[in-house]
Design a protein around this ligand. Structure first.
Ligand code: ATP
Length: 261
């Protein structure tokens, strides 16, 4: 099983600490959701583990034999692609294979792209220029591009923010299926706690640059903990079909609430 170990991670922007001292270990085959209020450092943290920004501390990635895995095997899908490229959807997804391509594009690469587009319901958009897609379609295409690169670690920054209900489930189903099948590590920054409850094997709750809590949904999606971190009164309920819902009720002053976590 592959393993990613993050030790004493710290990131500052212009000497202002954003991620202060974060440590955790992630395992292959598991989906981890990163949650927390706006501006708390979620994007910064996943950009650091993708080696896209400078950080202090240590991030190691190793296979089941303890051998290091190259950082090239980490795929990062940003919040929203604003590129104005005129490349087609097909070409954009094919770029996911760029490290393996030579002057001649082999059939198996083209087949992999077609299969991925088909799986995400994007085949009919193959020839459309990427710059003429809607926000949600762009999110799906960048996800396809990441998956076609055969990553060992898949980092998704708010992958469902522009998607309708059906596509939210579709994207997270694809990510979950791929994570389990290939035994990779997937980390998704999500704000929708119903999706978090449904798809996470593990949840990291970030607050003010620290991990406030890490664990299973029953340990993290707790009323008093969420109230403390989000400063909002919430109701946490589980339907008779087993789906967890976190309902925000009203913003609150934490001093009025009892915190026992
Ligand atoms: N390039 C940058 N330069 C300076 N400050 C930055 C930069 N990027 C982010 N920040 C600041 O770092 C803090 C954390 O930002 P980050 O985007 O990581 O938060 P987040 O938890 O992902 O937020 P959100 O939920 O709103 O997307 C914020 O205060 C933000 O303003």
């Amino acid at each position: 099983m592959i393993k990613m170990k993050v030790s004493n991670l710290a990131v500052s922007y212009q000497h202002k600490p954003v991620i202060k001292d974060v440590s955790y270990t992630l395992k292959g085959g598991e989906m981890t959701s990163v949650i927390g209020p706006n501006g708390t450092g979620k994007t910064t943290m996943i950009k650091a583990i993708a080696h896209l920004i400078k950080y202090k501390g240590k991030v190691t990635l190793e296979d089941s034999n303890g051998q290091p895995i190259s950082k090239n095997k980490i795929a990062y899908v940003p919040q929203m692609s604003t590129t104005t490229t005129t490349l087609s959807v097909f070409e954009m997804v094919l770029l996911g294979r760029v490290k393996e391509l030579s002057w001649k594009v082999e059939k198996h690469h083209l087949d992999a792209v077609t299969q991925m587009l088909d799986g995400l319901g994007l085949l009919s958009l193959s020839d459309r220029p990427f710059c003429r897609l809607s926000g949600g379609q762009r999110q799906l295409v960048t996800m396809a591009q990441a998956l076609v690169s055969k990553p060992k670690v898949l980092l998704l920054d708010e992958p469902t923010s522009a998607l309708d209900l059906r596509h939210q489930l579709q994207v997270l189903d694809v990510a979950q299926q791929y994570t389990k099948q290939e035994g990779i590590i997937t980390v998704a920054v999500l704000h929708d706690l119903a999706l978090v409850a449904r798809y996470s094997d593990n949840i990291l709750l970030l607050h003010n640059g620290y991990v406030e809590k890490e664990g299973l949904q029953r340990d993290v999606l707790k009323k008093d903990l969420l109230q403390k971190v989000y400063q909002v009164e919430v109701d946490v309920s589980v339907s008779n079909k087993g789906y967890t819902t976190v309902t925000p009720i009203r913003p609150c002053n934490i001093k009025q609430l009892e915190y026992t976590a």
